[in-house]
Design a protein around this ligand. Structure first.
Ligand SMILES: [Zn+2]
Length: 303
């Protein structure tokens, strides 16, 4: 299904009622038509409130069960508007911005929704990067923690992988690292890059064993400053991430939430040239249907 609204007025027109939203979700959940999860029968009755009753075994299933939208007490219409707002703002949104745009009652709800949606921004089983991929690590944060003089404490180490394209930056993957040890780095590469790809690094020893794992490794070693930047693509992505982090979020992301912001940045970055916001809306709703519910209790209100 590739149905999506083209703009905000279209969204409002298309999803006037709760039933409109539910039937959209139903098509995403069962694109080939409803199948009973208990007896596999296709015979069913559609009831209201997103419930479907199997005509054969009587099993009742909810279209939102086991998804991000499970147990929500707010209308799906508002969720759809929130998702539209999130994908239509190029640089991301703050909880306050979302609260105002959608007319959510409280700041905390907006804050919670943004955190939940971030968890839907990474597609399960997504493709890995391939071709020529540049990798590097960078430190984020810590400057404001006041823990001066304790080295990297308060900072988070981020792994960056960028596909090289003819005209610059391709797709990216970002993840958090516990350290810059060889095993950690190789695992990070394996999680984000297809074996057989060529990996370019700045020559840090940690990447030396990559050929043992099926990668072609091309370390670029600095001999002197004239050689220039060994890994310019990752440095550009790191600079863009830091600018976004300082601009949209004022540098105030706690380490426990950082990986979800990396996911949000990746989601936005990899789709930055997409002209269709509607398609992004569809992707995010689709992915929200494929992730487990995120209990509010699991989100600590720390920013
Ligand atoms: Zn059944």
């Amino acid at each position: 299904m590739e149905e999506y609204p083209v703009d905000m007025p279209d969204l409002i027109r298309t999803f006037r009622t709760e039933e409109d939203c539910l039937s959209y979700l139903r098509k995403l959940r069962w694109p080939e038509g409803y199948v009973c999860s208990r007896c596999k029968s296709r015979e069913h009755w559609v009831r209201n409130r997103g419930l479907t009753l199997c005509r054969k075994c009587g099993y009742e299933s909810s279209v939102t069960a086991g998804t991000l939208f499970q147990d929500t007490r707010k209308p799906l219409r508002l969720w759809f508007q929130a998702i539209w707002y999130v994908v239509s703002q190029k640089n991301g949104v703050s909880a306050l911005g979302l609260q105002k745009a959608v007319g959510l009652g409280g700041y905390h709800t907006a804050w919670e929704w943004l955190h939940k949606l971030r968890r839907a921004m990474v597609r399960q089983g997504r493709d890995k990067l391939s071709g020529v991929v540049e990798v590097d690590e960078t430190f984020i944060g810590g400057e404001r923690s006041g823990k001066r003089g304790r080295g990297a404490e308060g900072k988070s180490l981020i792994f960056i992988a960028v596909e090289e394209m003819e005209h610059g930056l391709g797709r990216i993957r970002l993840s958090m690292l516990d350290n810059a040890a060889s095993n950690t780095l190789i695992k990070a590469v394996q999680e984000s890059v297809e074996p057989g790809s060529t990996i370019r690094s700045d020559g840090w020893d940690g990447y030396n064993r990559l050929p043992d794992y099926g990668y072609v490794h091309k370390p670029i070693v600095h001999k002197n400053a004239v050689d220039g930047d060994a890994t310019p693509l990752t440095h550009r992505v790191a600079a863009l991430f830091k600018r976004w982090w300082l601009g949209t979020h004022q540098g105030a992301i706690s380490p426990e939430h950082l990986r979800y912001y990396l996911d949000e940045f990746t989601f936005r970055f990899n789709r930055r040239t997409s002209r269709s916001r509607g398609k992004l809306f569809l992707r995010l709703v689709e992915q929200a249907m494929h992730i487990e519910p995120v209990p509010a209790k699991s989100l600590k209100h720390k920013i």
